[in-house]
Design a protein around this ligand. Structure first.
Ligand code: NA7
Length: 544
């Protein structure tokens, strides 16, 4: 199907602006946006993607900070839709780094000729639903406009970077940046006095890497995390051959697990075996790479309760063993939240960094940050002189990136207002009063590509259903939305992810409503739910 151009009157009646019209508009050309583009185009729709960045990749385009890499197994992260692609691409490491991940996504964009449908350096600032024509009109920062029947926000769950509102940042004489907007030309760090704020998954990767080159490093930690060894290694030719021969089984396995990872829980309770057997399993898994340590462990390790605390203590002791100074070690040992209630960072030498003479750990819960000064950073205890400040302070998750776009639905209501107390959607995908808008970024969770492919497939089929059945609009019914929102709240209250103050529940952003921002259900449950909805003629959706 071809795109068309419509002549629209402008403010000046003499002038006529041509606005290109598409079947679907996708915001974002990251992992999800690229696949949505491919899929919808294959289905014969005219599609245009708008991407804020200068290239494809989303997360893997922006996060150029040193140390950035997967902690999902690389070979589980690639797209599964093309056997040819799977066989052509060699993942070089078990946990691939950002440069390689970005190369992969560029390779995909070129191989499937996606680039010609993407307008780069194009930030969408508004999207307004035209009720008479059943079209979304988007406007970019540079004034460019486009229209589409369907609008898909593939803008990521963690893309709106958060920098705490510290007084004095403007006065800082050195360089600073947020990890999610790491300059393409890099940061000058060699020999410098660097300060890093934040010790989440990003901070842990970054700190380990830059500790190798900076002159002095000060880490400002508010909450210690449970981190475990990544144990990355190159993929040797024999393993590569096995991976390529086994993709169907690998993906089948991923599809069966809660978070779409290749690891599955031990069906036994940690408490049902002897302490010796329990410890033997903990130790054995500790030597294994990646998330296996918790996702292949006794199932109740990842549930609130006794097993969780037992494993938490095991991890705490692992941390204590690696840090020479016992006072520093105790600061690095998490004691205020349950194991797994926050995202678990994997690391490659993180704790040893604190054994270096040129590294200082500052506990900013004990002495909070007061302000940034021209020469560094001041806590209630002391001032630290710094040449560079790096904010590894995370993201305004899920709704943050949506809120950056002024989205107006039926009757002019804004999505921002509607989501002020948390997302109100049906299955994360659709919101009543916002027809033909698919908020894919609010519905993905887990091992990202594994989660986003079936989601995009579902949305694409829904789009075809609407068109093939002569409808012009699809959106969640208010009833389905209310039921789903209540389900997220009720089921969410019982899971580990809602037990700590983290981005999962918006608790990292001052003033943000505390609500689970993703689905509380496992990936197989969500896929089954979506399949049932589709099989029942898009039950819970209003088709007009
Ligand atoms: P996270 O996991 O949200 O971590 C942000 C870190 O920044 C965390 O240690 C925060 O401490 C810290 N932070 C945030 N605000 C402040 C202030 N005001 N003062 C001091 N420290 C602060 O983001 P990441 O980028 O590491 O990871 C995001 C996801 O990317 C991750 O889950 C992976 O899926 C990939 P806190 O813990 O809130 O006390």
């Amino acid at each position: 199907m071809r795109s068309s151009r419509q002549q629209m009157p402008t403010a000046n009646a003499e002038q006529v602006e041509e606005i290109e019209q598409f079947d679907a508009i996708i915001i974002g050309a990251g992992v999800t946006g690229l696949y949505a583009l491919y899929r919808l185009r294959e289905l014969g729709l005219s599609v245009q993607a708008f991407e804020d960045g200068g290239g494809v990749g989303g997360t893997w385009y922006w996060n150029r900070y040193p140390g950035c890499r997967f902690d999902s197994e690389s070979y589980t992260y690639g797209y599964s839709f093309s056997e040819e692609l799977l066989q052509e691409w060699d993942w070089k490491e078990l946990y691939s780094g950002q440069p390689e991940n970005e190369r992969y996504l560029n390779y995909v964009a070129d191989k499937f000729d996606l680039r010609r449908h993407i307008r780069f350096n194009s930030r969408v600032v508004s999207a307004v639903f035209n009720e008479d024509e059943n079209l979304w009109q988007v406007e970019l920062e540079d004034g460019h406009r486009a229209r589409g029947q369907f609008l898909i926000t593939a803008i990521g769950i963690l893309s709106a970077g958060y920098i705490p509102n510290f007084e004095g940042l403007d006065s800082f004489k050195g360089d600073w940046c947020h990890t999610g907007r790491w300059p393409a030309e890099g940061m000058e760090l060699a020999g410098k006095r660097a300060g890093v704020i934040g010790t989440g998954a990003t901070g842990v990767q970054l700190i380990t890497e830059i500790a190798k080159e900076v002159g002095h490093l000060t880490v400002f930690q508010r909450t210690a995390n449970y981190c475990a060894p990544l144990r990355n290694r190159p993929i040797d030719p024999e393993t590569q051959r096995k991976i390529k021969a086994n993709y169907p089984e690998i993906f089948k396995k991923c599809n069966e697990t809660a978070g779409s990872f290749v690891h599955d829980f031990d069906r036994r309770s940690a408490m049902s075996v002897s302490p010796e057997e329990r410890l033997e399993q903990y130790e054995r898994l500790w030597t294994e790479p990646g998330f296996k340590k918790w996702l292949s462990n006794f199932y109740d390790v990842m549930m609130p309760g006794e097993a969780n605390e037992d494993y938490a203590e095991f991890v705490r002791n692992k941390i204590r063993e690696r840090v020479k100074d016992p006072v520093v070690a105790e600061k690095l040992v998490p004691k205020d939240h349950m194991f797994g209630s926050k995202r678990l960072p994997c690391e490659s030498g993180y704790y040893e960094v604190y054994n270096q003479d040129n590294v200082l750990l500052v506990d900013v819960r004990e002495a909070p940050i007061e302000c940034i000064t021209p020469n560094g950073l001041k806590t209630t205890d002391a001032e630290y002189e710094l040449d560079v400040i790096i904010f590894a302070t995370g993201y305004d998750a899920v709704t943050g990136s949506l809120n950056k776009i002024d989205i107006h639905g039926v009757g002019g209501q804004t999505l921002k207002d509607k989501f002020a107390k948390g997302p109100r959607t049906y299955m994360g995908i659709s919101s009543a009063g916002f027809p033909n808008l698919f908020t894919i970024n609010a519905a993905s969770v887990g091992n990202f590509v594994r989660a986003c492919e079936p989601l995009v497939d579902w949305v694409s089929e829904a789009v075809c259903y609407v068109r093939d059945h002569g409808y012009t609009r699809i959106s969640a019914t208010p009833e389905a939305e209310a039921e789903w929102t209540a389900h997220v709240s009720e089921a969410g209250a019982k899971i580990l992810r809602t037990q700590a103050n983290s981005w999962f529940v918006g608790a990292n952003i001052p003033g943000k409503a505390r609500v689970l921002l993703t689905s509380p259900d496992t990936a197989p449950v969500m896929r089954a739910k979506r399949a049932e909805v589709a099989a029942n003629g898009y039950e819970g959706f209003l088709l007009q």
